[in-house]
Ligand binder design. Structure first.
Ligand SMILES: NC(=O)NCCC(=O)O
Ligand SMILES: [Zn+2]
Ligand SMILES: [Zn+2]
Length: 467
């Protein structure tokens, strides 16, 4: 039996259009759109009618960078796939692409199977996987081809974290050459980890142990240097490159130059770099640990370059890099030694709202909001137009968003499994009201109506953003 929903009277906002339209959903897909008040819209018949008058009707967010249950620094990110995807839905995100991890000495297959086991049957929204490649060897390189064929079409490498996830330039070049052949996209954590480790050792020897020193040793120049090196290695390999969590204006400049030269080089930034700064890392009583992530938060002056990059399309995507660790018992592992603070911050629930606030503040337009948070991540990671837009045939991943509601972000009210909010007390205008995932209401007028196991694994095609 078919199930139909019609969403009436809202302003449908996609990356390309804004139109007052009624949206017909049938069997989990968008069936049709018609301008509100026209006979075509009036003819839409459905069992469920949702009034969106005065609201935006937007595609569900696509968060291309999350780490549920990720092992790091002797502990695990505190959101499971169940809690993290539920929180994502509360925040208007209907697809995540999480990072499966290859451990050194193990195959990509073992890592990917382990992540499937964590996620399957537990997710409230749909999910896909990137693969973290920690051990480049002949077997791994062959496995990359197989993964691309089965829908894991992007691979993260680290120029940071020697001894853990780190790859040297030769390993990076080999993986890039393979990606150039098999259509995979290399995602790069671009920081010079070898140089950073020297600075960490020297800082600790001087007795500089507080969280703010995390930001001081992970220098913007070492992000820019690594970004430059990754770009040139990708150019030599003839492979596209996606640089994750860009925070330094000098790194944006490297991406801009490469793109001006016509290279298929892309950049992602995250809300924490747009809204927070080294002032947060310097908060007293070890509170700065809440903001320890890598790349690190930068002095406030860097934010203008990030906003400009987002407007000029030198940066294409805003993801969260959601990797939460509780302050109590997890961040505290680094008291007396900032290098032992697990790296990562919560945010999967906050991204759509913070970026809407950026619309309110005049940093970006409404359509650009949808482009950087929904449409482009879907294209970048081979999910478009199933995800990332509202168009006939697309999955009915739809958010009814109230652009006038006021809210104060707080750990008291958020749904992420973490004991603090990085944005505690921040007032934002706009709030998610109702969320559909493949036509099923996951959030209904701010009540959770979803279920663990509704979300399914979503294989991806190769990058659809290449020029
Ligand atoms: N970003 C961060 O600090 N933690 C998550 C792992 C990564 O993305 O490098
Ligand atoms: Zn990273
Ligand atoms: Zn990450």
């Amino acid at each position: 039996m078919s199930s139909r929903t019609v969403i009436r009277g809202g302003l449908v906002v996609t990356a390309s259009d804004e139109i007052h339209a009624d949206v017909l959903i049938e069997d989990g897909r968008i069936a049709a759109l018609a301008a509100t008040g026209t006979p075509a819209a009036g003819a839409f018949a459905a069992e469920r009618v949702v009034d969106a008058t005065g609201k935006y009707v937007i595609p569900g967010g696509v968060d291309g960078h999350t780490h549920m249950e990720m092992p790091f620094g002797g502990t695990f990110a505190s959101d499971t796939f169940e809690t993290g995807t539920r929180a994502a839905a509360w925040g208007g995100t209907t697809t995540i692409v999480d990072f499966a991890v290859q451990s050194v000495g193990h195959s990509l297959r073992e890592g990917l199977d382990a992540w499937h086991a964590k996620a399957e049957g537990n997710c409230a929204i749909d999910y896909g996987f990137h693969m973290i490649v920690s051990d480049v060897n002949q077997e791994t390189l062959k496995e990359m081809d197989l993964l691309v064929e089965e829908g894991v079409t992007s691979f993260k490498q680290f120029m940071a974290y020697p001894g853990v996830f780190y790859s040297d330039d030769g390993q990076i070049l080999r993986a890039m050459q393979r990606a150039a052949e098999n259509g995979g996209l290399i995602m790069m954590h671009a920081e010079n980890g070898i140089a950073i480790d020297v600075l960490v050792e020297q800082a600790l020897a001087r007795g500089e142990t507080d969280p703010r020193h995390h930001g001081e040793v992970r220098k913007a120049l070492l992000e820019a240097e690594a970004t430059h090196r990754a770009i040139r290695l990708a150019q030599v390999a003839g492979a596209p490159l996606y640089v994750v969590h860009v925070s330094a204006r000098e790194a944006v400049a490297e991406l801009t130059r490469a793109r001006d030269d016509g290279l298929n080089v892309f950049g992602e930034t995250c809300p924490q770099y747009l809204f927070l700064s080294t002032d947060n890392l310097a908060e007293p009583d070890f509170e700065g640990a809440k903001y320890v992530c890598s790349t690190p938060l930068r002095p406030r002056e860097h934010q203008a370059a990030l906003w400009k990059g987002l407007r000029s399309n030198d940066l294409q995507v805003v993801s969260t890099d959601h990797c939460p660790f509780c302050f109590t018992g997890q961040k505290e592992l680094g008291r007396g030694d900032f290098s032992k603070i697990p790296n990562g911050m919560p945010g999967v629930e906050n991204r759509m709202d913070l970026l809407h606030q950026a619309v309110v503040d005049g940093h970006i337009t409404r359509r650009r909001w949808i482009e950087i948070a929904c449409a482009t991540p879907a294209r970048m990671f081979g999910l478009y137009p199933k995800k990332g837009t509202i168009a006939p045939g697309a999955d009915a991943d739809v958010v009814i968003y109230d652009p006038h509601a006021e809210q104060v972000i707080s750990a008291e009210t958020h749904h992420m499994n973490v004991d603090y909010s990085a944005y505690e007390g921040k007032r934002v205008t706009g709030r998610v009201e109702t969320v559909f995932s493949r036509g099923e209401p996951v959030i209904t007028e701010r009540e959770y109506t979803g279920r663990a196991g509704h979300g399914v694994y979503t294989p991806r095609s190769t990058c659809q953003y290449l020029t």
